[in-house]
Design a protein around this ligand. Structure first.
Ligand SMILES: [Zn+2]
Length: 320
């Protein structure tokens, strides 16, 4: 029997594990992030899920290596998560307990770094010299490949573009403690607050979306539904969010000389039809020097980081 590759995506609310044969995903499983059990609980859960996947996948006799894409902050050298804000267990080791139990190499990277590597090695970014991947979910994360190298940085913060300051005068406080960050303005979790701020300054007609926004209850999904129905205030919020995303993408483009920026994450993909044309239109306002950049949906959608985990093993980045 052939050996497969294992992949794990450790999110704040869910852990997903998959088996790959080459670049092809052949089996998968998801579980809620453990609510308790101490720092070894996440790696224990990954091992249990891997074991049951292997038992249920005929023709796959084991794994030759495991790639792990994880929420941060993450020490990329030691493969340890330290003080993650949104998961029930804040600090936990990944690489060492997994390597000891499995007896195969384990490569651990920040989830968005892994997502960027997947786009570069398996997705639409192959052949490019530099690209960025940006995921807009509960927070905003990023990954950058430049000159064919995955940008990691000494503290693993190499491409934490969600904390770029996009509105210096904004009072919106980010989860990291700073003000005016991309994540504080336009992440999935920021949308209700941003919509309420915009609602207070709105001089147009009173709409259903406006009433929900004033109660800070207008989340991403409802916002997009109202906007598709022609709600004037919802469209105003979508325009604002697209402008923020465009400003962020323009900043990333010049900072890393990116030839393409690939977008993912549920809070952005859920409104792709509304946001993409507005982002592309607004980009011209922010990009000087006639810089040209492709702005596209990431190749693997909601599975980007799972493919990212596999890509770490299929072609190990020299910076990890
Ligand atoms: Zn921040």
């Amino acid at each position: 029997m052939e050996a497969c590759i294992g992949a794990a995506d450790v999110g704040a609310s869910k852990i997903r594990v998959a088996l790959f044969r080459g670049p092809r995903l052949i089996a998968r499983r998801a579980s809620p992030f453990p609510a308790a059990g101490g720092p070894m609980a996440p790696s224990r859960l990954i091992l249990e899920m891997l074991e049951s996947l292997l038992a249920g996948t005929p023709g796959c006799g084991g794994i030759e290596a495991l790639g792990v894409a994880s929420i941060g902050p993450l020490d990329p050298r030691r493969g340890v998560v330290e003080g993650t804000p949104n998961a029930p267990i804040k600090s936990f080791p990944l690489r060492r307990p997994l390597e000891e139990a499995l007896g195969v190499p384990v490569v651990v990277a920040n989830d968005c770094n892994a997502g960027a590597w997947a786009e570069y090695t398996l997705g639409r970014g192959s052949g490019l010299d530099s690209l960025a991947y940006i995921a807009v979910g509960t927070g905003i994360g990023g990954g950058v490949v430049i000159g064919g190298r995955l940008l990691v940085g000494p503290r693993g913060l190499g491409a934490e573009v969600g904390h770029l300051v996009l509105e210096a005068s904004s009072r919106a406080r980010c989860g990291c403690g700073g003000r005016g960050h991309w994540e504080a303005l336009a992440s999935g979790s920021a949308i209700p607050r941003t919509a309420r701020i915009l609602a207070r300054g709105w001089r147009g007609p009173e709409t259903q979306a406006l009433r929900e926004a004033l109660r800070a209850r207008l989340g991403a999904e409802a916002l997009y539904a109202y906007a598709r129905g022609g709600d004037a205030f919802a469209l105003h919020v979508v325009d604002y969010l697209a402008g923020i995303h465009a400003a962020g993408i323009a900043s990333v483009t010049v900072a890393y000389d990116a030839q393409a920026v690939f977008l993912g994450g549920g809070a952005l993909l859920g409104g792709w039809d509304l946001l993409a044309p507005r982002i592309r239109a607004a980009l011209g306002e922010y990009l000087g020097y006639s810089v040209d950049v492709r702005v596209e949906r990431c190749m693997f959608g909601e599975d980007q980081q799972l493919y990212g985990a596999a890509s770490l093993v299929l072609r190990r980045p020299e910076t990890l």
